[in-house]
Design a protein around this ligand. Structure first.
Ligand code: GDP
Length: 297
């Protein structure tokens, strides 16, 4: 379960606060010391922690909170609102082009969960938005990725555009868009190559694909279990590729939650989906508010 340790620590800190009829500035400070430690332990980026703690303190020691009838509850409400804001505030929807097909490119490091996530997002679009997606296999360096996408396509009964490992990713992306038009598909989801580390060659290739098909969305797939590394990876991808959103995978295995709590604030990129398991339907639209409430219990 995501955020296990953090949720437990924050909830026990706040339990002490809940019933209070009176809260002093010193109480708030003491509580925020605990919150700060809990966030750092959850591997949240230290700059994010600092800003968060200051924002909460500033609001929580204000007249409105201190003089309210239930100051303890009010402080917790402020923490909840600030946590929600930290993760982006509102849900961020996947784009839909006015001139279909909508092209969505998924990028990320190898093993982050791109190929799986392409199928998950396609399934989500069909199930919840009545869309007709086509999947494009542009990870030409890993024949296994192409096979995997074809298998997933079969499983979902969705078309997969693949040219094996010989065509260039740019040609595959362009071909997929043409095919989608002919087959009346309204989304093209492109699975791109990943590497173990961010490198120039990979970025060049992804930039070429971007220029060739001008995607409405470039979604960065990041493995939330890699914590602050995920945040660093997100920063460098965003710098070079101007991504439009992030998808956090493996939230089911991430007991700490540092990436989920830092990515939005550090990169400014909205988190659109969260992967919560290996199965095709284990993906959720990312709701900052629900996530904050889950952490705070
Ligand atoms: P790619 O190299 O980025 O294309 O990654 P894959 O799609 O091949 O996924 C790598 C591994 O992560 C596979 O074993 C997937 O089943 C697994 N995976 C992907 N998303 C999730 C998720 O949300 N939760 C869990 N537990 N596993 C995931």
């Amino acid at each position: 379960m995501a955020f296990e340790g953090l949720a437990e620590r924050l909830q026990s800190t706040f339990d002490k606060m809940k019933g209070r009829g009176k809260v002093s500035e010193a109480d708030v400070k003491e509580m925020m010391r605990e919150v700060r430690l809990a966030l750092l332990e959850a591997d949240v980026n230290f700059k994010v922690v600092k800003k968060f703690v200051n924002d909460v303190k500033e609001r929580a020691v204000g007249q409105e909170v201190m003089k309210s009838l239930t100051p303890g509850q009010q402080v917790i409400k402020v923490v909840n609102e600030e946590l929600t804001a930290l993760m982006g505030g509102e849900e961020s929807k996947i784009a839909a082009s006015r001139k279909p097909p909508t092209v969505v490119m998924l990028a990320g490091l190898q093993g982050a969960g791109k190929t799986t996530t392409v199928a998950k997002v396609a399934n989500h679009l069909r199930k919840h938005h009545n869309r007709k997606p086509l999947l494009a296999a542009a990870d030409i360096y890993r024949p296994a990725a192409i096979d995997q996408l074809e298998t997933l396509g079969k499983q979902l009964d969705m078309p997969v555009y693949s040219k094996g490992t010989d065509a260039s990713p740019v040609d595959i992306a362009k071909g997929a868009v043409e095919e989608a038009k002919e087959a009346n598909c309204d989304y093209v989801l492109i699975d791109t190559a990943g590497r173990l580390h961010v490198d120039e060659e990979l970025m060049d290739e992804l930039q070429q694909v971007r220029e060739a098909v001008e995607p409405e969305e470039i979604l960065l797939v990041i493995d939330s279990m890699t914590g602050q590394d995920a945040v660093n990876v997100a920063e460098s991808f965003h710098e070079q590729l101007e991504v439009t959103g992030a998808i956090l995978t493996k939230l089911d295995g991430d007991t700490r939650g540092g990436a989920a709590l830092s990515v939005r604030e550090v990169t400014g990129v909205p988190i659109k989906f969260a992967g919560t398991g290996e199965k095709i339907d284990e993906i959720d639209v990312f709701h900052p508010e629900r996530m904050a409430s889950r952490i705070l219990g």
